[in-house]
Design a protein around this ligand. Structure first.
Ligand SMILES: [Zn+2]
Length: 432
C-alpha cells in the first residue's frame, strides 16, 4: 500500500486524552501530519536509536521535521464551548454585579457598540487573535445581535484559521432600546443571512453557523418557536444558549413562560433541546431537568470562572459526568478569564473537559507547549530547573508532571505554537 507523504513530522512527547479517567503520556512519539492537515500516522514508542529506521520505513526522510526540546510536548488544542466575542473588552470589569444587572450595566452597552462595523472589525481582529494565542483551536462564539458585525466576526475567524461555530444573538425583548430586535421575522431573516454568509466562506471552511437564542428571557415564544423550526429543517445546524446560571434568572424565565414546567422545558417545548444543543452554565438544574437534558442528549458548557466571578453558584459537573451528559469547558468572557483549573477534578478529567471534541475530529488541532524557563513565565517551575537541581519526579511520570504544571501555573507564554488543521496559526512563537 502506498503511503501518503506527510508534510511535517514531530518527534517528542505527546499527551493523548482517552476519556474522563485516562490519558496517554507518550514520551517518545512520532506524529506525522499530511498536506490535508489531518494526522497521517502516529508511532507511539520510537527510541532515538530506531528513529532513522522508522522514518526510512515510512518513506518520510525528506519532510519538515520538528524535534521537540526538553520541556516541550504536544497537546490537543483547547475547545472553548462558550465565549462571547464582543464581551472581551469587558474582561475583569463589572464583577460587583450579579447576572441580570451585569447584563444591563455592562454587557448590553458594550455589545450595542458593534453596530459600528469599523469598531467591530478592529475589535474582533484583536479578540480572535488573543483567543487563538491562548490555545483555543475550536471556539463556540456568540456575536452580538448585529448581522453585519457577526459576518465580520466569521470573516476574521476564517482569516486567522481557527475552527469555530459562530452565532448571531437572537433577542427581541428585555434589553435596552438600541440593542433589541424589533420583529421575529427580522431576527430570523438576519439569522438566515448569516448562515448563508458563513457557508460561502472560502476553504478550508472551518467556521460553521450556530443558532444562538441568547436565553429565554431575551426571546419571545414565537421567536424561540421560529428558531426551533429552523433547527428542525436543517439537521446540520447546532444551537447554543444559556440555562440556569442564576436563581433570579430562573425565576424571571418562569414568569415569562408560565406554561413551562421548568427552564429546560422552555427550550424543549420550542424544539431547541436536542443532541446539537449546547447549554451554557446549567448551575441550578433540577433533577427532572437533568433527566430531560440527558434524554435529549444535549451538552453542557461548564463555565467555572464566570460562575465564580458573578457568584452564580457551583455547577454540579461531576454529577453530569456521572450521568453520562456531555460536558465541555467554556470561558464565557467577560464573566471569566481563561482557566482550566477545578481542583475537584483529576488531571485526566480536566484534560478531557478542556479538549473535548478535539478527539472527534481527525484534523491536527494541537498545541506545542513548553515548560522551559525561556518561555519567561516565572510562575511555572520549569523542566530546566528540575535538571539544574536534579529533582526527580515521583514514579518517573515526568510528562504528567509537566502537564500538571502547565494546567495550574501555565499561561499563553507557555503555548509556543497553535496548529489548526495542520496549519500554524498562532502562539507565543509567532507565525511562520
Ligand atoms: Zn454566556
Amino acid at each position: 500500500m502506498a503511503l501518503s507523504q506527510p508534510e511535517i513530522i514531530f518527534y517528542g512527547p505527546l499527551i493523548n486524552p482517552k476519556s474522563v479517567s485516562s490519558f496517554q503520556a507518550l514520551p517518545k512519539c512520532l506524529l506525522a501530519v499530511g498536506a490535508s492537515g489531518n494526522i497521517d500516522w502516529i508511532e507511539e514508542h520510537v527510541h532515538e536509536s530506531a528513529l532513522q529506521d522508522v522514518l526510512a520505513h515510512r518513506g518520510s526522510l525528506n519532510v519538515s521535521f520538528i524535534r521537540l526540546k526538553h520541556g516541550e510536548f504536544i497537546l490537543p488544542g483547547f475547545v472553548d464551548t462558550h465565549t462571547h466575542a464582543p464581551q472581551a473588552p469587558n474582561t475583569g470589569s463589572g464583577q460587583q454585579y450579579e447576572l441580570l444587572d451585569w447584563l444591563k450595566e455592562k454587557t448590553f452597552p458594550m455589545e450595542a457598540r458593534f453596530v459600528d462595523v469599523d469598531f467591530a472589525r478592529r475589535a474582533y481582529d484583536l479578540i480572535v487573535k488573543r483567543i487563538i494565542d491562548s490555545g483555543t483551536t475550536t471556539c463556540c462564539y456568540y456575536g452580538t445581535l448585529h448581522l453585519e458585525a457577526t459576518k465580520i466576526l466569521a470573516d476574521v475567524i476564517s482569516k486567522w484559521g481557527q475552527r469555530a461555530f459562530v452565532g448571531k444573538c437572537n433577542m427581541n425583548r428585555n434589553s435596552q432600546d438600541d440593542y433589541v430586535e424589533a420583529t421575529v421575522s427580522g431576527s430570523i431573516n438576519a439569522t438566515h443571512a448569516l448562515i448563508s454568509h458563513i457557508r460561502a466562506l472560502p476553504p478550508p471552511r472551518l467556521v460553521e453557523p450556530v443558532l444562538t437564542p441568547r436565553f429565554a428571557i431575551s426571546c419571545s415564544g414565537p421567536l424561540l418557536s421560529a428558531l426551533g423550526d429552523m433547527a428542525r429543517a436543517d439537521p446540520s445546524l447546532r444551537i447554543q444558549t444559556h440555562i440556569s446560571e442564576n436563581r433570579n434568572e430562573i425565576h424571571t424565565t418562569l414568569k415569562f413562560f408560565p406554561e413551562a414546567t421548568s427552564y429546560a422545558d422552555v427550550y424543549d417545548r420550542h424544539g431547541l433541546l436536542g443532541p446539537r444543543t449546547i447549554l451554557a452554565h446549567a448551575v441550578h438544574l433540577e433533577e427532572d431537568e437533568i433527566a430531560l437534558v440527558k434524554e435529549r442528549n444535549a451538552g453542557v458548557s461548564h463555565c467555572p470562572t464566570s460562575n465564580f466571578n458573578l457568584r452564580s453558584g457551583i455547577c454540579p459537573v461531576g454529577k453530569f459526568i456521572d450521568r453520562g451528559i456531555k460536558v465541555g469547558l467554556g470561558t464565557d468572557v467577560s464573566g471569566a478569564t481563561s482557566t482550566y483549573a477545578d481542583k475537584q477534578l483529576p488531571l485526566s478529567a480536566l484534560l478531557h473537559l478542556a479538549t473535548v471534541g478535539g478527539a472527534q475530529v481527525c484534523g491536527f488541532d494541537a498545541l506545542l507547549v513548553s515548560v522551559r524557563s525561556d518561555t519567561g513565565n516565572p510562575g511555572l517551575w520549569s523542566a530546566d530547573l528540575d535538571q539544574e537541581l536534579q529533582v526527580g519526579v515521583a514514579g518517573g511520570k515526568v510528562l504528567e508532571a509537566w502537564l500538571e504544571r502547565f494546567f495550574f501555573t501555565g499561561d499563553d507564554r507557555n503555548i509556543r505554537r497553535v496548529y489548526v488543521q495542520g496549519r500554524w496559526i498562532g502562539g507565543a512563537e509567532g507565525e511562520l
